[in-house]
Ligand binder design. Structure first.
Ligand SMILES: O=c1ccn([C@@H]2O[C@H](COP(=O)(O)OP(=O)(O)O)[C@@H](O)[C@H]2O)c(=O)[nH]1
Ligand SMILES: O=C(O)[C@@H](COP(=O)(O)O)O[C@H]1O[C@H](CO)[C@@H](O)[C@H](O)[C@H]1O
Length: 323
């Protein structure tokens, strides 16, 4: 109980000074603070032809052409089978194919791989990750996330928070019903093992920004373990007081099935386990299982929820220098 109370006191002390709203960071006021700092927006996109173009156009129109806040818009085409790359290029983004980046390395899979490749292929001092399936995206998502980074040298990582509606197959929108894996898996795991992170309202949100110098110091878990892994690893690397969150309003995105989120949950649990092992908090006696049976209407599926991990990019550069 004592740990809980101490951790909650820590979160309460942290929350006020480290939480703000996008309205506090208007893009035109940030231009001065930007100075020579370069900013890249990286969008991981797998089969997002319906939404990626509007997001890129909004960023380009508001934060490149109207105000020169963003220097690079990069879409990582994550083995899409649709016209994602074409739609992104037409909208004005640079597009790289996930497997063509650092192609001398054996390719890995999933969102975490797309983000790591996007970090490698981009050049901004600050990198902003934005999902490519967002609907009603607005440029203040980006300006809100970079605000604390441009104005406070002690902040190294900024996470978006938002209301997350859920619209099911019945087409009915239910306020606050989104973020199912967040509420059922990530938040309880953080409470149990990393309670200092309990103040992050949306620990799994796909919109966040950080300084390149710290992003290159942490590993990237592949698949959907990436957000959970980054949060825990940044806590260890930079500490809670170097982390912040910004309220971006409402985030609407394409939702996956419960079966898909079950696999996502498994990936996040395995990511948590890997961090507990790495921090010496569990014995690696019997590694947890990662082959899961899923019972759907069509029958039983055997799925693998294992995750892999890319090393910190900085370690790669060092190796290559040595080589
Ligand atoms: O292998 C993958 C899986 C996902 N994504 C992208 O990562 C973002 C978040 O993925 P998704 O929407 O599937 O996750 P959800 O928001 O449903 O949890 C989206 O832009 C996806 O296109 C990706 O680039 N590669
Ligand atoms: O927050 C969540 O529970 C999941 C699923 O959201 P929904 O239940 O479909 O609104 O969405 C997030 O999780 C992924 C894994 O961290 C991220 O990659 C996604 O960007 C994020 O949308």
């Amino acid at each position: 109980m004592e740990t809980d109370l101490r951790a909650l006191a820590r979160v309460q002390e942290w929350y006020g000074p480290h939480s703000s709203t996008a309205a506090e960071w208007p893009a035109d006021a940030l231009i001065l603070a930007k100075g020579s700092t370069t900013i890249s927006v990286v969008l991981p996109a797998r089969d997002e032809e319906l939404t990626v173009g509007d997001i890129v156009r909004e960023i380009r129109r508001e934060l490149v052409e109207r105000l020169p806040l963003v220097d690079e818009i990069l879409v990582v085409d994550s083995n899409s089978t649709d016209a994602t790359a074409e739609r992104a290029r037409e909208a004005g983004a640079r597009v790289v194919a996930q497997n063509q980046v650092l192609s001398h390395l054996p390719p890995l899979t999933g969102k975490g791989e797309a983000l790591w490749k996007g970090l490698a292929a981009s050049s901004g001092d600050i990198v902003v990750f934005v999902d490519a399936d967002l609907r009603d995206f607005s440029a203040h998502f980006v300006s809100g996330l970079v605000g604390p980074l441009l104005t406070d040298p002690d902040i190294h990582f900024v996470k978006g928070m938002y209301e997350r509606p859920f619209t099911g197959e019945d087409g009915v929108m239910r306020r606050g019903a989104g973020g199912r894996v967040t509420e059922l898996v990530a938040r309880p795991l953080l409470t149990m093992f990393w309670p200092e992170l309990a103040g992050f309202a949306q620990p799994l949100g796909g919109e966040y920004a950080a300084r390149r110098e710290v992003l290159e110091q942490v590993p990237f878990v592949t698949e959907y373990g990436v957000e959970f892994g980054l949060l825990v690893d940044f806590l260890q690397l930079v500490g809670l007081d170097a982390m912040a969150q910004v309220d971006l309003g409402t985030r609407t995105h394409t939702h996956q099935s419960v079966a898909a989120l079950g696999r996502m949950a498994g990936q996040i649990m395995l990511t948590a386990w890997s961090r507990l092992e790495r921090q010496g908090r569990v014995l690696p006696a019997d590694p947890p299982g990662h082959t899961m049976l899923q019972f759907g209407l069509e029958g039983v599926d055997l799925v693998d929820v294992a995750v892999a991990e890319r090393p910190p990019l900085a370690s790669l550069v060092l190796e290559e220098d040595v080589a």
